[in-house]
Design a protein around this ligand. Structure first.
Ligand SMILES: *Cc1c(COP(=O)(O)O)cnc(C)c1O
Length: 401
């Protein structure tokens, strides 16, 4: 038979969320009366809001008419949407032809690896969103598994001691740096000064930052940057990925974008933007036309108002969770400009704490160690949930006393 791709063989089994789901299922089977509440996976729960829904449904209806029907669109996305994103989120700092519409940030993170290929050195925040490492392994940019991480991948610990911002002195040369702010899972948001240091370090090392801003719309503190392009010089060394999933609940609808600046060039001097265009037209065929109409509606004034209200709602959940944890004397960060709360259980094993919360409170969380070795002894609480469920979960957390 045909041989297996050795890169797939190199990926460690037990992707975090399937393992969480398995443990939840096993608990439900042995405790059929338990009403389990999930503050685990970062999946949105609230319905699509009215103005954005109208954008989606109108687009769907148009498709059933001879005048309104359209087939394939431009692989890079609707020009109107690219222009609106450039104007609304980047204040004109980014041009419409630097914005590429996609079916989501995670999918783009996977495809972006094609620009650089196997053998590229990679650095990630530790803990981090799993796709940065696993996507690198898939394309052959990682060496063998050492028991705690992969050779060829630089893990940058983000801990309570360094305020969840890594030491940048060990960055790879001519490599890729994945950086997520507001961060999943720690909830930390990098300050302007920190991002300035990041851009400077990338520039000095001839490296490229892949900046994941999927939670930018959760930032409430006006001093905190929502985009890497708010930092001088970032267009020469950073690609930004972003998504409609978390700000307007498009996790199932699927819509995101990447910004690939024209100033960004390889060591050969060739354009990364031109290559990304080639990849989008070669192994991607554009985001759904209905989803894009929903995105356009979201960027109209009424849609932006709904986006603010929805993110405010989830931030309200975050506040409740944070207060409940603090009342128990549990140290935690995040949740003020992000929908995640990162709670510390010093000296304890993350999976063991996960098990205790599930058993005593019937609440599903995510063990921090699943996001990387520096996540050990932490638990991530997600603020995505119905208000009544979050309130009930907070009451039950008192059983941890
Ligand atoms: C949820 C999430 C995304 C969004 O992915 P989509 O594919 O757009 O749904 C991207 N990055 C991080 C860190 C996330 O948590």
């Amino acid at each position: 038979m045909i041989k297996r791709n050795p890169c797939i063989a190199n990926i460690k089994a037990g992707y975090l969320f399937p393992e969480v789901a398995k443990r939840r299922r096993e608990f439900a089977e042995t405790h059929p009366d338990a009403k389990i509440i999930s503050l685990g996976i970062g999946n949105t729960t609230e319905p699509i809001t009215p103005h954005i829904d109208a954008g989606l449904t109108e687009a769907a209806r148009k498709l059933s008419t001879p005048e309104g029907y359209s087939g394939y669109g431009d692989e890079q996305g609707l020009t109107a949407l690219r222009e609106r994103i450039a104007a609304v989120f980047y204040n004109g700092k980014v041009a419409a032809d630097e914005v590429f519409i996609s079916d989501g940030a995670k999918c783009d993170i996977g495809r972006l690896q094609l620009l650089f290929g196997a053998g590229t050195e990679v650095a990630v925040q530790d803990p981090s969103y799993p796709v940065y490492v696993d996507g690198s392994v898939l394309i052959g940019a990682a060496g063998s598994w050492t028991g705690t991480g992969y050779q060829g991948i630089t893990y940058l610990p983000c801990t309570a001691e360094n305020g969840y911002f890594p030491d940048l002195s060990a960055l790879p040369k001519k490599g890729l740096i994945y950086f997520c702010s507001p961060n999943n899972p720690t909830g930390a948001v990098a300050t302007r000064e920190q991002l300035e240091r990041l851009v400077e370090a990338a520039y000095k090392n001839s490296s490229v930052i892949i900046f994941d801003a999927a939670y930018a719309e959760y930032i409430r503190d006006p001093a905190l940057p929502k985009s890497i392009y708010e930092i001088e010089g970032a267009k020469k060394c950073a690609i930004e990925v972003n998504s409609f999933s978390k700000p307007i609940g498009f996790t199932g609808v699927r819509l995101g974008w990447s910004v690939v600046p024209k100033e960004l060039v390889y060591s050969s001097g060739e354009s990364v933007n031109a290559d990304w265009n080639r990849i989008c037209t070669t192994v991607f065929n554009g985001a759904g036309n209905i989803a894009q109409a929903g995105g356009l509606a979201a960027l109209e004034p009424e849609g932006l108002k709904e986006m603010k209200e929805l993110t405010d709602f989830y931030l309200g959940n975050a506040k409740l969770i944070r207060s409940a944890l603090r009342e128990l004397g549990i140290n935690c960060v995040g949740g003020d400009n992000s929908p995640y709360i990162w709670a510390q259980f010093p000296g304890r094993d993350s999976w063991e704490v996960f098990g205790e919360i599930l058993e005593k409170c019937h609440v599903v969380t995510t063990p921090g160690s699943g996001f990387g070795p520096a996540g050990e002894s932490f638990i991530r609480f997600s603020a995505f949930g119905h208000r009544s469920d979050v309130e009930e979960a907070c009451r039950r957390l008192a059983k941890l006393k």
